[in-house]
Write a protein of this length. Structure first.
Length: 269
């Protein structure tokens, strides 16, 4: 299981909004938005290239965890169900979940303070040590460059990638309409005054993991950004490499399904 390395950054919902935002800036300063992986990313992103230097069989595949959240809306107070599915290749190694009360409402940009604690509770249940975490949420594509993937990634000092369904901030470098499968478009700070970063800062990528063949229907891209110990280009490539015919990468897709399944295990309060 992952261990807390930076306890001073553990999400605390009792802090003032000003202190939360200040803490996020500190976390962004500590985050490493460059590759510092303990596996060869080519095993996932380009198996043919890596085959010349490493075996790409199941034993050599990295262990990847997908992290997703669901909610027990009928409860009072509302509780979050955090679900984690851990995979090696196509094999599910472990599924864990935890339910914890939510202490603050949803505030854009402060998701980690609402849901980070529940996620850490679920991670404490893991018996395996993932090489990579994929979060349903943002990493560097964030007002203060410290979304939930960055926040939890720094707390645990683990490679983390944010995979969001909508664009929180920043600007795509070109149109995102009708992108073919496999396309990536850089997301930069640009002239978005909400982002604490120079305009040329590359926050992440819009990644088109799936697209309809018909011109009458379109699938929106995912917004992928480095959380910690992963570069922006590698983060985008890893998400594509973990996708298997669906829009979401498999670890997150299965974590999403497991979150709904696990609700039945927890009685309403």
């Amino acid at each position: 299981m992952p261990h807390i390395v930076r306890p001073e950054f553990v999400p605390d919902a009792s802090l003032s909004r000003e202190r939360m935002e200040g803490l996020q800036r500190e976390i962004a300063d500590e985050a490493r938005f460059q590759d510092a992986l303990e596996f060869d990313p080519r095993v996932l992103t380009n198996p043919l290239e890596s085959a010349s230097t490493a075996t790409t069989g199941d034993r050599e595949q990295p262990v990847v965890a997908g992290v997703d959240q669901s909610f027990l809306l009928e409860d009072e107070p509302e509780r979050a169900l955090s679900a984690i599915v851990v995979m090696r290749g196509e094999t599910v190694l472990e599924r864990v979940s935890a339910v914890t009360p939510l202490q603050i409402p949803y505030i854009p940009g402060l998701l980690a303070f609402r849901e980070g604690g529940p996620i850490l509770e679920a991670m404490a249940e893991l018996s395996v040590e993932p090489d990579l975490f994929l979060f349903d949420g943002s990493g560097r594509i964030h007002f203060r460059q410290a979304g939930i993937a960055t926040h939890v990634g720094v707390v645990l000092d683990v490679p983390a990638v944010g995979v969001a369904k909508s664009l929180l901030c920043g600007a795509p470098s070109s149109t995102l309409e009708d992108l073919p499968t496999g396309s990536t478009v850089p997301i930069e700070a640009g002239d978005d005054s909400r982002v604490d970063a120079p305009a040329e800062t590359r926050l992440g990528y819009a990644v088109q993991t799936r697209q309809y063949e018909s011109s009458n229907r379109h699938i929106n891209p995912l917004y992928v950004s480095p959380g910690h110990r992963v570069g922006a280009e590698t983060a985008a490539a890893l998400v594509v490499g973990c996708t298997a015919g669906y829009k979401l990468p498999e670890p997150i897709r299965l974590a999403d399904a497991y979150a709904e399944e696990a609700k039945a295990e927890y009685p309403l309060e």
